[in-house]
Ligand binder design. Structure first.
Ligand code: AMP
Ligand code: MG
Length: 349
């Protein structure tokens, strides 16, 4: 399939292009588009055939449900039943924005979109391109991240093109994602709301609005006995091609341990990389050393993580050692993605 790749800018929306993209979606085709979290791979959420095409283009197991994107809160009524009060509060407070809610689905939502579940995941993004595209498409766009299954989510157009060129009808090549991590997912079908995937909207922000909120123990991989509530969490995710190992502990010990491991890997002739904070960048020796940002600047770290994992792939890095990062605030989402990318290989020093 020939993929039409069109450049697009947030502050100068090309309505003609968005109209064409909307028509593709309404006729059952797929369009990748920018959002503030990561790039999405969109299809008509109410068309089972579109959902099947999304799974195929991504190479994603079809029991891994999709998030339905809307452009006005009103659209929730068509997708969800028995909408509880907390959902209305959350929508008012955090939409448009990086928050996905799990609710009981209506019959209008096909099971192909929800991976066979009787619940539906819904989000209203804030990116103006995404919002206008959803409007042009008729209001309901199912969109997982626009990467091939298992790879780091794309936060810039270049990586969407790398993964999706030739597999879908159109790519809207916009600017880099401003947040860089996927949305926070909160399940509102249980008696106490439960965070299934941490993100830019933190547990504390949600608790401030709702009172008690629980977090799925799988979020930081501490449990493992109970299967995760969010089905996609079972699969290997976000992973670079090389082997990734996280080293955690006191800063001096971490530096020593990573340098020791890197030296050993280099001596075996392996292309070796290191992920660290800006503050410790000059302490390391390896083929490729990348800083995610200053430790205090969590938002920068979040925005850069997936891009940096992809850059190691481009360089052909075979082994990567990463410092650990704080789990406070957005840090929980950062460490959740980093741990998954590493397949939970952690060395504690
Ligand atoms: P992605 O679109 O790639 O960010 O992934 C969407 C993720 O949302 C899935 O992998 C699931 O973990 C989660 N999700 C979507 N729908 C549901 C649902 N109905 N119940 C629980 N989790 C869901
Ligand atoms: Mg994804």
């Amino acid at each position: 399939m020939e993929t039409k790749i069109v450049e697009i800018k947030k502050d100068n929306l090309n309505k003609e292009v968005l109209n064409e993209a909307g028509r593709i979606l309404r006729s059952g085709g797929l369009v990748a588009f920018p959002t503030e979290t990561v790039y999405g791979l969109g299809g008509d959420a109410l068309n089972p055939e579109s959902a099947r095409k999304i799974y195929e283009a991504k190479g994603r197991p079809s029991d891994n449900p999709l998030i339905v994107h809307i452009c006005e809160t009103q659209a929730l009524e068509a997708l969800a039943e028995d909408i509880p009060e907390p959902a209305r509060l959350l929508a008012e407070r955090f939409w448009p924005g990086p928050l996905t809610m799990i609710l009981k689905k209506t019959r209008r939502v096909p099971e192909e979109t929800t991976g066979g579940l009787d619940t539906v995941a819904v989000r209203m993004p804030s990116d103006p391109i995404a919002l206008e595209l959803i409007r042009q498409a008729g209001g309901f766009v199912a969109a997982p991240s626009a990467n091939r299954s298992g790879r780091p989510s794309p936060t810039c157009a270049k990586y969407v093109i790398e993964d999706m060129n030739g597999r879908i009808e159109m790519i809207l090549a916009g600017e880099d994602s401003t947040i860089g991590l996927e949305s926070t997912i909160i399940d509102l079908t249980s008696s106490v709301p439960m965070i299934l995937r941490p993100g830019f909207i933190t547990g504390e922000m949600l608790e401030n609005l709702l009172g008690r909120v629980e977090t799925d123990p799988n979020v930081l991989g501490k449990e493992g006995k109970e299967p995760p509530k969010a089905p996609g969490m079972r699969y290997r995710h976000y992973a670079p091609r090389g082997e990734l190992i996280i080293v955690q502990g006191s800063p001096q010990k971490v530096i020593g341990q990573i340098n020791e491991l890197a030296a050993e890997s280099l001596s075996q002739g392996k292309k070796t990389g290191i992920i660290c904070a800006e503050e410790t960048l000059s302490a390391y020796r390896a083929d490729s050393i990348k800083s995610l940002g200053r430790r205090q600047e969590e938002e920068t770290i979040a925005r850069q993580l997936f891009r940096i994992l992809r850059e190691f792939d481009e360089e052909g890095t075979e082994v990567i050692f990463s410092e650990g990062f704080s789990e406070a605030g957005i840090g929980q989402a950062i460490m959740n993605r980093l741990l998954k990318a590493a397949g939970h290989r952690v060395i504690q020093v």
